[in-house]
Design a protein around this ligand. Sequence first.
Ligand SMILES: NC(=O)c1ccc[n+]([C@@H]2O[C@H](COP(=O)([O-])OP(=O)(O)OC[C@H]3O[C@@H](n4cnc5c(N)ncnc54)[C@H](OP(=O)(O)O)[C@@H]3O)[C@@H](O)[C@H]2O)c1
Length: 412
Amino acid sequence: MDQLDNVAKFLQGKTIFVTGGTGFLAKIFVEKVLRLQPNVNKIYLLLRAPDAKSATKRLHNEVISTELFGILRDKRGSEFDHFISTKVIAVPGDISSLNLGINESKLREEMFKEIDIVVNSAATTDFIERYDVAMYINTFGPFNVMSFAKRCDNIKLFLHISTGNFKGDLPLVIIRPTMISSTYKEPFPGWIEGVRTIDGAIVGYGKGKLTCFPGNPNSPLDIPADMVVNAMVVAMVLHKNHHQTYDDDEANIYHVSSSLRNPLRFSDLHNIVYNYFTKNPWINKRSGQRIKVGKITVLSTANRYSLYMNIKYVLPLKVLCLVNTLSCQYFREVYMDLNRKIKFAMGLAELYKPYVFFKGIFDDTNLKKLRMAAKEEGIDPSLFNFDCKTIDWEDYIMNVHVPGLSTHVIKS
Ligand SMILES: NC(=O)c1ccc[n+]([C@@H]2O[C@H](COP(=O)([O-])OP(=O)(O)OC[C@H]3O[C@@H](n4cnc5c(N)ncnc54)[C@H](OP(=O)(O)O)[C@@H]3O)[C@@H](O)[C@H]2O)c1
């Protein structure tokens, strides 16, 4: 317990407001805080819901009852539900609305009085169908959360999780993760929810549906989610006396990324995943047969990918379209099916373009400084590990991440 002292001491009696409560990262953060310090005063969790009853329902169905909370559930035994009900308050709201859509004034006033720290993790990460809505939420949402935070009497820190820039006149820490993958160690290895980021391609490949993919073999990918959460918690603790604003100082922007010091490259991922599915093939649900995978064709530029797709699929599809018209829609179903599949593959590629062709390297100097400061404060790096150099990527992808995907996403 000694090793936890600084963090546990800091969290004791604190009230934290977390947005994006049903999100992948926020859940891992909430679980860790409750496990580390049961004497945290309260966690207000903003959930998109029309009223308190629906928010509480979402809290239970989508957060607390997930396997992620299993260790905490076991730890607290029969008093788990009571513990949660006294510590976690489901707040119905929406970051794109005035007052974050928190319409109940009594609750709002309580929050203004109690909140010490705001963790803004809400964002629309699904850009496929609602691009304009996503842009609106991601652009204006953080400012609404900041305005709300400014009305809190005792606010000490605004922790903003983001891919981009943000300014504000409160003590602000920005955590910028790269692509987040399943947990490395905590609360257990391999926790993941939904098919996210590069996993769409891994799942498509494991199911035998992906034979080619665009990607610069040298593009770096991924950081495990619990490492991001560890960096969030440590940054919170070490910035407890932080009074500078973003305008004055960029020292409070933390790139949580492995891209500089221990990158997982697209080409490595491809080889590891090939080895994984060759040894542990998924079973086709309809036929019961093992799905055989081969090496995929990696197109190293967007133009090459587009040319490949046009020659191999789009042109034949156009021919099929013509034949279908001439034959009075005889091939309609085949045409529609192929059209859908090609659109899916091209849509997936379009979605991943910013990542898989990304050549930049994230400067994690500040994260290194945070690690050093944590050490000086006596925070045990093995309990709050966010040192990407400790990741054995091959072992992680083979024995943690893809098995995690199989267990928590594919079979669930
Ligand atoms: N995952 C990554 O690879 C990655 C990489 C870099 C940065 N980030 C950043 O890290 C943060 C957390 O990511 P994540 O992976 O946890 O995302 P996530 O799983 O998609 O969760 C996003 C959360 O935001 C909520 N949300 C969306 N719009 C909202 C609104 N208008 N009002 C209130 N809540 C809203 C969602 O609620 P609903 O359940 O109602 O949709 C969900 O709870 C985000 O800021 C993201 O940009 C993520």
